[in-house]
Design a protein around this ligand. Structure first.
Ligand SMILES: *[C@@H]1O[C@H](CO)[C@@H](O)[C@H](O)[C@H]1NC(C)=O
Ligand SMILES: *[C@@H]1O[C@H](CO)[C@@H](O)[C@H](O)[C@H]1NC(C)=O
Ligand SMILES: *[C@@H]1O[C@H](CO)[C@@H](O)[C@H](O)[C@H]1NC(C)=O
Ligand SMILES: *[C@@H]1O[C@H](CO)[C@@H](O)[C@H](O)[C@H]1NC(C)=O
Ligand SMILES: *[C@@H]1O[C@H](CO)[C@@H](O)[C@H](O)[C@H]1NC(C)=O
Ligand SMILES: *[C@@H]1O[C@H](CO)[C@@H](O)[C@H](O)[C@H]1NC(C)=O
Ligand SMILES: [Fe+2]
Length: 446
């Protein structure tokens, strides 16, 4: 009996060392690929297996293909024994018509099997589903703890019942990945596994990732490598159907965080990337930027943090990015950091720029980027900040409910942004961005 209890107890302790954990997917810089990243505590070879199970609507019986990946030993904390092994493997030659299932291995033990959609970003014009709508879940500032649980529950239900293409997380991930010798990061990545192992989970760094030169952020995620980012996951772009997405790192533009990245290198890369995207505007008319710190949000003058987040920091970013985005006709600038949801009108130089037609929930042929702050997913630091009592003239909707956004790109002319409250269990805001072919061209600044 005692022996049995001992064996069970030992088994429980070992469980963490047996099952692969923190499984998450991401798109790569290549077409028709999906990368999986996972963690073991034993130093075992990185092995994964995948197979198509449904192509079109036809079941596709096939055996698993076993593949080998790569392993990095990662020192999580301050003690010599706090190592984990971060594995990655790439599923190749995916067919965008197919659903796949996959699993990852730790020594002799396979993880549970997850499914993913073979539709990946396409560096070329031809996206098989160019006329099919696709949706992404988008938010920033999501962590563990009671506040994080709100969004977790709804995301779980939502993502089980809807066909999303991916999840975009605009920084402040887990609060903090490095806290408690990395255990908070481990807990967070296990918390999001059910969705991040099913949908590519694309990240960019917020201020909460900056510890030790973003060590944990760089080690735990694998975002597309574009050469300029040197594999740091700091900034990259990808195309989905008729839309071009740019994910970038706002941290190096602030003095106290200027320790890791070359800000000029990043700015130059963004300018080049925008120029390239603009050359392909006839096939990919939408350009969407995502970053952590906002260029625009309404200040709450009673709150010092808000004065910094919506006043001082935007004052640093605007001279660098505003003309770049405006002159390249960026359609939508998504931001986070402030623990709030705020949707603004098309803005340039602190002014609302009229579209051909504007209403509360629609802009037809906008003439400047629409700015949105989506930092309400559920930070671990405390409750969300109150919505500003002094919304700026360009503010269209504010809420401090926990929640997340959904972007649906219907086609070359129609895009829909929606915000969901996990407190009210309903959609609280939406905006249509609509434009016709004539508006694909960049604006010329004097
Ligand atoms: C799967 O593997 C088994 C055993 O090797 C083999 O008999 C079977 O034909 C394979 N099935 C497919 C669809 O390749
Ligand atoms: C994608 O573009 C590359 C480089 O321009 C080209 O070599 C390749 O054939 C293209 N693939 C498709 C499917 O068009
Ligand atoms: C962070 O990176 C910078 C530049 O590469 C380096 O000078 C600095 O020592 C690094 N800091 C830490 C804590 O590793
Ligand atoms: C931050 O880095 C930029 C170069 O990217 C440099 O010009 C600037 O002086 C740095 N600022 C500080 C406070 O170190
Ligand atoms: C933006 O405009 C509003 C009034 O419309 C003004 O109160 C605010 O100070 C302006 N902000 C900046 C940064 O110029
Ligand atoms: C684009 O999508 C919108 C919204 O679903 C639809 O009303 C419109 O007809 C579509 N346009 C084309 C050309 O399919
Ligand atoms: Fe932040």
């Amino acid at each position: 009996m005692q022996l049995l209890l001992l064996v069970i107890g030992f088994g429980t302790v070992l469980a963490g060392y047996v099952h692969p954990e923190q499984i998450h997917l991401s798109w790569t810089e290549e077409i028709n690929q999906m990368r999986v990243t996972w963690v073991t505590y034993l130093n075992v070879p990185a092995q994964a297996a995948y197979r198509p199970i449904l192509c079109g609507n036809v079941p596709t019986p096939s055996n698993f293909t076993l593949i080998n990946g790569e392993t990095k030993k990662f020192h999580e904390g301050s003690h010599f024994w706090e190592y984990q092994h971060i594995h990655t493997a790439v599923f190749n030659n995916l067919d965008s018509n197919c659903w796949y299932e996959y699993k990852v291995k730790n020594l002799g033990v396979w993880s549970k099997t997850y499914m993913f959609n073979g539709r990946t970003p396409d560096t070329n014009a031809t996206f098989r589903d160019v006329n099919n709508p696709f949706s992404l879940v988008i938010f920033g500032d999501w962590g563990t703890g009671p506040n994080g649980q709100y969004t977790k529950h709804l995301l779980g239900e939502e993502t089980l019942t809807r066909d999303y293409l991916g999840i975009l997380h605009m920084g402040d991930i887990g609060y903090n990945l490095d806290s408690d010798d990395g255990k908070v990061g481990d807990t967070y990545l296990n918390m999001v596994e059910s969705i991040a192992a099913t949908y590519p989970y694309m990240t960019l760094p917020g201020n909460h990732e900056k510890a030790n030169n973003f060590t944990h952020y760089k080690a735990r995620f694998n975002m597309p490598n574009n050469g300029a980012n040197q594999g740091t996951n700091y900034f990259y772009s990808f195309n989905l159907g008729p839309a071009h997405f740019i994910m970038y790192n706002t941290n190096p533009y602030f003095d106290d965080m200027n320790t890791t990245a070359d800000a000029d290198l990043e700015t130059q890369w963004i300018a080049n990337d925008l120029a390239l995207a603009n050359k392909q505007r006839d096939i990919r008319p939408w350009i969407i930027t995502l970053a952590h710190h906002p260029l625009y949000c309404s200040q709450d003058w009673s709150n010092e943090d808000s004065i910094e987040d919506c006043g001082e920091q935007p004052a640093v970013l605007k001279p660098i990015f505003e003309d770049l985005f405006y002159s390249n006709s960026v359609d939508l600038a998504l931001q986070a950091h402030v623990h709030i949801y705020e949707r603004d009108a098309p803005i340039y130089k602190n002014e609302t720029i009229p579209s051909q037609y504007d209403s509360q929930n629609m802009h037809i042929n906008p003439n400047a980027p629409v700015y949105i702050v989506g930092g309400a997913a559920g930070n671990r630091l405390g409750t969300n900040v109150p919505a500003s009592k002094t919304p700026q003239p360009w503010a269209r909707f504010l809420s401090n409910d926990y929640g997340y956004g959904r972007l649906t790109v219907f086609n070359k002319t129609h895009m829909l942004w929606e915000q969901f409250s996990v407190l009210q269990l309903t959609e609280i805001d939406y905006v249509w961005i609509i434009k016709d072919q004539a508006r694909y061209k960049p604006v010329l600044l004097n």
